[in-house]
Write a protein that binds this ligand. Structure first.
Ligand SMILES: C[S@@+](CC[C@H](N)C(=O)[O-])C[C@H]1O[C@@H](n2cnc3c(N)ncnc32)[C@H](O)[C@@H]1O
Length: 342
């Protein structure tokens, strides 16, 4: 069956879905006495975690969600309650709404174990979570709801893109971005690098798709193998650099990318970014809390970190497009040109 093209953008639906996790998150905050502790005095993250006996990284992400929905505020590193939390979430309040919140919190989902994670810390991250057919299909379908269209609109504006012939789709799953890039530029052959389980599925799932013969899948595990081909005019990375930044290995990785690319080649990135105005965004903070709860360090990559690392690895001539309204969470599209051999 030929899939229909999507016309509208899924951002509002995704925002709605993420926001539907809020009762669960707020209920957990009530349950661990977070609001009661803050009712007594303003406290730092360390003080809060000490008082309610929780893991700091997860507590921080939880507090960010509560700041984003105007229940708590932060001022010079100290958290305090806003009026709504004071009036409705404290044991001593006459208008206490705690049991109502509980009624909204029954659904199963990623925050069922939030309290346990706050107390004991997250599980070890399962880096095979994106390797089964269901999660691949869900990622692909979500990306076709606006993200792929946004990336295509961005690369169309980059003159160097038209001259590209060989591209690397790094951690590209089954290659849904590649299929669109090669239709946009009929000269491009794409090399998708991903875990062997994903490549096996890709060959099965995509073999009958038009343009399949212009894509090569390469079994690759970043943990044991840092060689991802050479001679690329275009190197594309979408939603994979977060961990490198958290582990401070972004420069080292970009140097390897530099060596795999031709001079004048184009690097393009599609990533969730922190909100440039510093305000807490509800969906972004919920995504971050979910991310930390599964043991992954972060799902945000700030523009400054990306550019600084790229500059150190011989890239320049940056172009950026910040997506605030067009995506469910703040997203940065960035392109850079390889201007120096490393
Ligand atoms: C969040 S998904 C992003 C997929 C795609 N680039 C996108 O933007 O939709 C992360 C991808 O990284 C791959 N991956 C995870 N760990 C990896 C590793 N150690 N080596 C290579 N790829 C890995 C996963 O299989 C998955 O396809």
């Amino acid at each position: 069956m030929k899939k229909r093209k999507t016309i509208s953008n899924n951002r509002n639906l995704l925002r709605l879905l993420y926001n539907s996790y809020l009762p669960k998150v707020v209920n957990c905050a009530i349950d661990i006495n977070l609001f009661d502790v803050l009712a007594q005095k303003e406290l730092s993250l360390k003080e809060i975690s000490g008082k309610i006996n929780t893991v700091e990284t997860i507590t921080e992400a939880l507090l960010d969600v509560l700041v984003a929905v105007d229940l708590i505020k932060i001022n010079e590193g100290k958290y305090s309650l806003l009026q709504t939390a004071n009036d409705f979430f404290l044991d001593v309040s006459k208008a206490n709404i705690v049991s109502t919140v509980k009624n909204f919190s029954g659904s199963a989902g990623p925050f069922d174990n939030l309290k346990a994670v706050l107390r004991e810390g997250p599980p070890v991250f399962n880096d095979r979570m994106w390797t089964n057919a269901n999660s691949i299909a869900s990622m692909e379908h979500q990306q076709y709801g606006g993200a792929i269209q946004n990336v295509l609109a961005f690369i169309r504006t980059i003159p160097e893109f038209k001259a590209c012939k060989k591209m690397c789709d790094f951690a590209g799953s089954v290659g849904y971005f590649s299929f669109e890039f090669i239709q946009e530029n009929p000269q491009i052959e794409s090399h998708v690098y991903d875990l062997s389980e994903v490549c096996d599925l890709a060959k099965e799932m995509k073999k009958d798709e038009e343009y399949y013969n212009r894509i090569t899948y390469h079994d690759f595990d970043m943990a044991s193998n840092r060689s991802f081909g050479s001679g690329y005019d275009l190197f594309f990375g979408s939603h994979f650099l977060y961990k490198f930044n958290a582990e401070r290995t972004l420069v080292e990785f970009f140097k390897q990318v530099n060596q795999a690319m031709n001079s004048g080649g184009l690097f393009v990135s599609n990533h969730i970014t922190s909100n440039p105005d510093g305000e807490n965004d509800v969906t972004l903070s919920i995504v971050e809390l979910m991310t930390r709860c599964i043991g992954y360090p972060t799902h945000q990559l700030a523009e400054i970190d990306l550019k600084t690392a790229l500059k150190k690895a011989g890239f320049g001539e940056f172009r950026t497009k910040y997506l605030a309204d067009e995506a469910p969470y703040p997203t940065l599209l960035l392109s850079a040109v390889k201007i120096m051999e490393i």
